[in-house]
Design a protein around this ligand. Structure first.
Ligand SMILES: [Zn+2]
Length: 160
């Protein structure tokens, strides 16, 4: 019965063991030395996908923070460059649902692209800007802006 057996290498990257593949008994598709490796390879793949997604998210957040810093610098520059440029209170106050959402996501450093719920964005923004934990000069105003945005959304019947 020679030829019905073949030595193969387990396709799970962290295993790489050789195993005997028997054509008569095993499916030709079989690529792993054991069921444990087959399940393990599936888990490895899922973990890799999660890692990739996490890195992508971190990247998005980093870019968002960079944009915020740039906007902040731009606002400061405009405020310094004389009257007409700045509004009372120094911050923009949301008046529409879209503006309120934008305030919350921006404060959280997140994208409003469906990957993070409004509630999670609000919690992230609150954690980031709460004056108890954030000692920066702008924290109080920023936190207030977020609270006002949430209050507005709730008045509009939006669940936050
Ligand atoms: Zn294996």
């Amino acid at each position: 019965m020679a030829g019905f057996e073949e030595v193969r290498v387990c396709q799970r990257a962290s295993c790489g063991q050789r195993y005997v593949h028997r054509f008569a008994r095993d499916l030709h598709m079989r690529m792993y030395c054991s069921d444990a490796c087959k399940a393990g390879a599936y888990r490895d793949r899922k973990r890799e996908e999660r890692e990739t997604y996490r890195r992508w998210q971190e990247d998005q957040q980093r870019q968002q923070r960079e944009r915020e810093r740039q906007e902040q610098r731009e606002r400061q520059r405009r405020a310094r460059s004389g009257p007409g440029g700045s509004r009372a209170g120094g911050g923009t106050k949301a008046t529409t649902e879209a503006e309120a959402r934008a305030v919350i996501y921006e404060a959280a450093g997140l994208m409003d692209d469906g990957t993070t719920t409004l509630r999670k964005a609000f919690l992230a923004a609150a954690r980031r800007w709460h004056p108890d934990t954030n000692g920066s000069a702008e924290a109080k105003a920023k936190f207030q802006q977020v609270e006002q945005a949430v209050a507005l959304l709730r008045r509009m019947g939006v669940t936050v």
